[in-house]
Design a binder for this molecule. Structure first.
Ligand SMILES: Nc1nc2c(c(=O)[nH]1)N[C@H]1C(S)=C(S)[C@@H](COP(=O)(O)O)O[C@H]1N2
Ligand SMILES: [Mo]
Length: 229
């Protein structure tokens, strides 16, 4: 209730004031969290999603190929439905503003690992630079090993999504995706492409390597979006 709706002639009622304050605070939350797809795991009382078990060591999963890409020969292309397509080499990537984030890993094969510290360039910074066109709804990650995976733009837009070059303060090792991999903490880990080579923005969805082989098109561990049937 706004002041000008207040027909009683009295100062605005306490209920009215509370409502206004509530609306203002909801609007602020909505603005700040417009792109947030869920609660960060570390803010949950029970951090372990259903069907997962905790591991201490970080397992390696790949398609049997671990491409060895020295930083000096690595290139990342960002193209498709964007105003400003770009190509980064290592130097240009490393010169972007750096972000750190601590997040949990949840692999669809049921292991989870808590408190992984990532350093890299935030998805939001990248989005500011490339400016997705209005029709852009989906992203397809293409990797140096031929792997692909897809997410909706709103998933990539989350504040915790990074193009990571380091884990626990040290450069990613080749088997974990060096020089740069995607980290999408709120989705199962198959959405976090290692050895990233190209990020394609698209109006249409293009299911990736596992998505066309029975994995879910989404990947929310709290919803157990594991397989598509
Ligand atoms: N390029 C590429 N990225 C990939 C994969 C892959 O085979 N190739 N596997 C995915 C899967 S299924 C998982 S669980 C994680 C594993 O990452 P890790 O080996 O660093 O634990 O990477 C994901 N990203
Ligand atoms: Mo996985």
């Amino acid at each position: 209730m706004r002041d000008d709706d207040n027909k009683s002639g009295e100062p605005q009622s306490l209920l009215g004031q509370i409502k206004d304050r509530l609306i203002a605070s909801k609007e602020k939350t909505a603005e700040q969290g417009r792109h947030i797809t869920g609660t960060p795991d570390r803010e949950r009382a029970d951090r372990l999603p259903p069907g997962q078990h905790l591991v201490e060591k970080w397992p390696v999963l790949d398609l049997g190929i671990q491409p060895d890409i020295p930083r000096e020969s690595w290139k990342l292309t960002i193209d498709g439905a964007v105003e400003n397509p770009l190509e980064w080499d290592w130097q240009t990537f490393a010169a972007q503003p750096q972000t750190s984030y601590v997040s949990d890993i949840h692999c669809v094969t049921t292991w989870s690992r808590y408190d992984n510290r990532w350093d890299g360039v935030s998805a939001r910074h990248l989005l500011d630079l490339v400016k997705p066109l209005p029709e852009a709804r989906h992203l397809i990650f293409h990797s140096y090993d031929g792997y692909t995976t897809n997410v909706k733009l709103e998933v990539f837009q989350d504040s915790d999504v990074l193009l990571a070059h380091s884990w626990e303060g040290a450069p990613l090792t080749p088997e974990h995706g060096a020089p740069v991999r995607v980290i999408i903490p709120k989705w199962y880990f198959w959405k976090s492409a290692k050895w990233i080579k190209r990020i394609e923005f698209s109006a249409v969805d293009k299911p990736g390597f596992w998505e066309v082989r029975g994995y879910n098109n989404e990947g929310d561990p709290w919803n157990e979006d594991r397989y598509s049937m």
